[in-house]
Design a protein around this ligand. Sequence first.
Ligand code: ACO
Length: 157
Amino acid sequence: FNIRRMEPKDLIDVQRCNQYNLPENYPMVFWTYSVITWPEASFLAEDLGGKIVGYVLASVEQAEENDHLWVGHINSLAVLRPYRRLGLAKRLMTLSKESMMDTYPLQYIQLHVRISNRAALSLYRDALGYTVHSVDYRYYADGEDAFSMRLWINGNP
Ligand code: ACO
């Protein structure tokens, strides 16, 4: 697999990959805005034929609580079913983290995940070191709760 930065030309295929894998979908303007505004944050995995098999869409913002601090946001992550458990999500998440850290003085990276999503929870908690920061009740459109998770970059304050 080739893992590289996401570019505007990839977005139709990335959006399709998102729609196959997750109920949380976004309008094309959001994908485009993200990739143009934070070109260092989002990555994709493609097979030898150039088929997109996974992606991570991320953004960077100043922290609400302190505008001297920067926070990375993992907005969407998915790997097509036949390509799971090959380490692709872990590689995508690690590259995105390292690339955001090279560009911004990040304090932490944050994301939301369904409390029933065992695969993603295991990835974030066990493989990547994220911890649960809070529970956001009825975060999702169908009423499911979310764990808000954080990966502290220089240790938990
Ligand atoms: N069950 C248990 N642990 C798992 C699972 C699973 N099904 N999948 C991954 N993990 C954990 C394991 O610790 C794994 O290491 P191991 O294989 O050595 O045991 C580690 O995570 C790394 O796994 P990867 O192979 O890198 O993960 P994968 O490429 O399969 O992608 C993902 C994981 C993205 C969660 C995939 O299952 C998927 O696309 N699911 C549907 C979409 C989804 O839920 N996306 C996340 C939503 S939250 C958000 O977008 C912010």
